[in-house]
Design a protein around this ligand. Sequence first.
Ligand code: HEC
Ligand code: HEC
Ligand code: HEC
Length: 330
Amino acid sequence: MNKKMARVPGVSFFLRSLLVVIAGVWATALAAETPSHPKLTRGKILYDRNCAFCHGEDGHADTPVAKLLQTHPRNFADPVEMARVNDNEIHEAIKEGRPGTAMAAWGQVFSELEIGDLMDHIRSLTLPRPPTLTTEQLSVEIGRRIYKKDCVECHGVDGRANTEAAKVLRPPPANFADPVETARMDDGRMYSAIKLGIPGTSMGGWGGLMNPAEIIDVMRYIRTLEQPLPPGMSKSGLDVTVGGNIYRKYCISCHGEKGDGDTELGNALAKLPRDFTSAKEMARLDQKKMAEAIAHGKPGTAMAPWNGILNPEDIRRVTLFIRQKFQHRP
Ligand code: HEC
Ligand code: HEC
Ligand code: HEC
């Protein structure tokens, strides 16, 4: 804690020492004389003596001391802030503190019973959620705050990933505004990217810092950043464009720009890739057969299964692209 505070500019030596004393020795001394009041009242007395200094009597954390802290305490009164904070987290924060912040460990100071009283008091400070705020809106609002704090730097305020940081990143951060890009981000893929990160990129995993509900909150918010289709692009135009992107990313090395499989890699294969420009060959391949071959591959050939990488929507789109964009010679 001292290390963190020492970095706060403008905090005099006196105030710094005072903070150290307050959070440590003073707290211990005061906590020793625990009054025997009913549960809630006891929580309040303990809280007002030991915690209000930073967290504020009403939980707003807008005390003069709190303003000086580098890691600012959460507003206990704000129902949005508190909606995803579970009892385990509160208990652990009180008992073990938050290393690297001004939040000291109180486990040696308070009994489990007293920690329980403090927890009840903290909960009682939280104002009720406004009845006009639906569960969905609450989720989006929590997601917006997480996004603003943790994601903006790379993905940008409006999700367009046009930040300074994004300019130097390879691959660039995902663009959440572009409907062509978001078309491939199904919920499962997004969830796993946020929880586990994407290996080999600057997209780190947030699973250690966010609980599952918070991951869903931030996903909900990200969906609100998506812009409508560009003028002149229909839903099926989008499908073909997305299919083309998939083709260029995963298929072009064998099947070629023209779709005839006349590539260096394609020609080197024992079994040549299907010629998508041959009307005769394509006539034998209906939508279902194509989708099947893409999902599960063609055993004994270089055509691998893609179902771990492409979801059914992706597969539908790439087959549309193959059918519509390649010239079919007789
Ligand atoms: C010297 C200032 C200070 C004092 C005194 C203090 N806290 Fe904190 N507290 C903090 C800061 C700063 C954080 C934020 C830490 C973080 O974000 O990781 C915090 C976080 C917490 C949290 C975690 C909430 C969350 O964000 O999940 C709880 C619960 C908490 N404090 C309870 C207490 C209780 C109970 C007391 C009194 C026994 C107390 N604090 C005393 C500074 C203080
Ligand atoms: C340091 C930069 C950075 C930060 C911070 C960051 N991201 Fe990313 N993110 C990336 C990059 C780069 C990619 C693209 C990786 C790729 O193309 O494989 C990405 C991809 C993603 C994707 C995957 C989209 C897809 O293709 O399925 C999601 C979802 C995502 N980020 C969400 C988040 C969220 C939520 C946060 C904040 C909690 C966040 N990111 C913070 C850099 C960042
Ligand atoms: C490493 C080379 C290679 C890559 C990459 C590749 N293919 Fe193939 N593909 C083949 C070969 C070889 C065949 C012919 C298999 C056969 O004759 O049964 C084939 C056949 C096909 C067929 C026809 C299946 C059938 O039943 O005749 C489709 C459709 C197809 N590929 C789609 C794709 C798509 C979509 C991608 C990208 C997601 C892709 N391929 C990536 C090599 C590749």
